[in-house]
Design a protein around this ligand. Structure first.
Ligand SMILES: *Cc1c(COP(=O)(O)O)cnc(C)c1O
Length: 489
């Protein structure tokens, strides 16, 4: 399997293998890596997969994309990653042996509503599903190349902690994670800062999240420094993260159905379009998905696109801080992957559109035709729908789900359930992806239910653990110096 950039003009030119793109971010032309073609999964294969464990299924699917990693090594990596010990934060009423428990919420008039639990990993958010694999893949690949990597990132909460818990104790890897000092929730802060692993460095910047991101950009733009210090990232455009997420769409389908003639739909609480992009890829591989429903919060860039055909990125003053903060985005960094398929994998056209984003801030596909011959926005063969949820919807949905189904959901998952209920169809099971556990966002739970969210075992007194972090002013020079002193490079 070879990979090409979404912006490549000459498809034969710049092909790369899975291991080559594993440690890279953007392609040199500014595009995102995509497989040259999608591997197709037959009905027969799908039937065979019904009896597999999560780790075995992950091995089968990853093998189709990472065919330059020897099979026995890939098997070892999948088995090491997808264990009940890693994904142990299941709730009392979930099956203990399931990595991704699927729960029936409701069955009414031939409409099933189900919830797929994806947040049982170490940081209680779905990002662990891919990030834990990434940690093991990185360690494996760096060892093979006799190389080392220093990961530099900025976080407002979820991504940073998922990355740190995936990379802690890994050989050849250090993590330097910038976060806004005293701006994360007490729980998120404790989760990150209580890590004592010598390869994890938490840097608390005396500023806001944007300041942290600007420092990362400034450091990365110093190409000489970046090369010498072997700086890399783990952001959501990493292809291996997207592929790892494809696995649970298959898994959910196989758990929800008894035969391959059945179709299911998925609703996905979305920000950077990484999670739902994996659903799109699963469908391109042949998984019988009816609809993929994008759920956004007040930051409705994606909902606007799927309703109107206009993709307009937001300025920072138009980007709201909401009670589902992990979906607070001004643009969706993985969206370009979908647009590439939508336009019949025409790299030149994708290049033109995203250039236009840089100059004008938007592009408009309404009235144009997609590769399926349908006029936009009715791109029927791609089967996308969308909806939006607000703070009031979130609160109401958390209350409703507690009352009707007896479980406490987090605010992001609440956005998903609110939108899913508006898009259910007779005879098609609707599966909502749960993206975090309620304990992570207790403030909103308290507002909705007037009580605290229960915490999984081991998290009860996390705020009281000793913390290890360094406070720094908004100064990329200081960050550079700090990193160089730790790496000795
Ligand atoms: C990251 C995140 C999302 C958004 O996922 P994308 O892949 O960026 O669309 C939603 N909910 C939670 C809890 C997250 O951490």
């Amino acid at each position: 399997m070879q990979y090409i950039s979404t912006r490549s003009k000459d498809k034969s030119a710049s092909k790369r293998s899975f291991s080559q793109i594993l440690l890279e971010g953007l392609a040199p032309d500014g595009g995102l890596y995509m497989p040259e073609s999608y591997p197709v999964v037959t009905g027969q294969e799908l039937d065979k997969w019904r009896s597999l464990s999560y780790a075995e299924l992950a091995f089968e699917i990853l093998g189709k994309f990472a065919d330059d990693i020897p099979e026995k090594d890939l098997k070892m990596l999948a088995e090491k990653t997808y264990t009940p010990e890693v994904y142990r934060n299941v709730r009392n009423d979930d099956a203990l042996d399931a990595i991704t428990p699927l729960r029936l919420l409701e069955e009414k008039d031939g409409r099933k509503l189900m919830l797929l639990g994806l947040s049982n990993g170490p940081t209680l958010a779905f990002k662990d599903m891919a990030m834990q694999l990434l940690g093991n893949l990185f360690e494996y690949e760096l060892k093979r190349q006799h190389a080392e990597l220093n990961i530099l990132g900025a976080t407002s909460g979820d991504t940073g902690s998922a990355a740190e818990y995936a990379m802690r104790g890994k050989k050849g890897i250090r993590v330097f994670m910038l976060s806004p000092y005293r701006k994360m929730s007490a729980f998120q802060t404790a989760q990150m800062f209580s890590l004592q692993d010598p390869n994890i460095f938490n840097i608390a910047i005396e500023g806001v999240f944007d300041d942290c991101q600007d420092i990362v950009k400034a450091v990365s733009n110093d190409l000489e420094y970046k090369a010498r210090q072997k700086i890399g990232t783990v952001n959501s455009i990493n292809w291996a993260r997207v592929v790892a997420q494809v696995v649970y769409y298959f898994r959910a389908y196989l758990m929800a159905t008894t035969g391959n003639e059945e179709k299911v739909s998925f609703t996905v609480p979305s920000g950077n379009f990484g999670n739902i992009c994996a659903g799109h890829i699963a469908r391109m591989m042949g998984l019988p998905i009816d609809r993929l429903v994008v759920a956004t919060n007040e930051n409705d860039v994606l909902d606007e696109f799927f309703r109107t055909g206009v993709y307009r990125v937001r300025k920072s003053e138009e980007t709201w801080h909401t009670s589902s903060p992990s979906m607070d985005i001004s643009k969706a960094s993985n969206f370009e992957r979908f647009v590439y398929d939508l336009l019949g994998q025409d790299g030149e056209r994708v290049n033109g559109l995203f250039r236009q984003i840089e100059t004008k801030g938007f592009f408009d596909l309404s009235g144009q035709y997609g590769s399926d011959g349908n006029e936009f926005p009715q791109v029927k063969n791609y089967g996308f729908e969308s909806g939006k949820s607000t703070h009031a919807d979130r609160i109401e949905t958390i209350r409703f789900v507690q009352k009707e189904y007896g479980i406490t959901i987090d605010p992001h998952t609440a956005d998903g359930i609110k939108v899913a209920r508006e898009h259910q169809r007779k005879g098609v099971t609707m599966i909502v992806l749960e993206t975090a556990q309620a304990a992570k966002f207790n403030e909103t739970i308290f507002e909705a239910l007037s009580r605290n969210a229960a915490r999984p075992a081991g998290f009860e007194r996390i705020e009281e653990l000793p913390q290890r972090f360094t406070v720094m002013p908004i100064d990329d020079g200081e960050v550079k110096k700090f990193i160089a002193e730790r790496t000795g490079l």
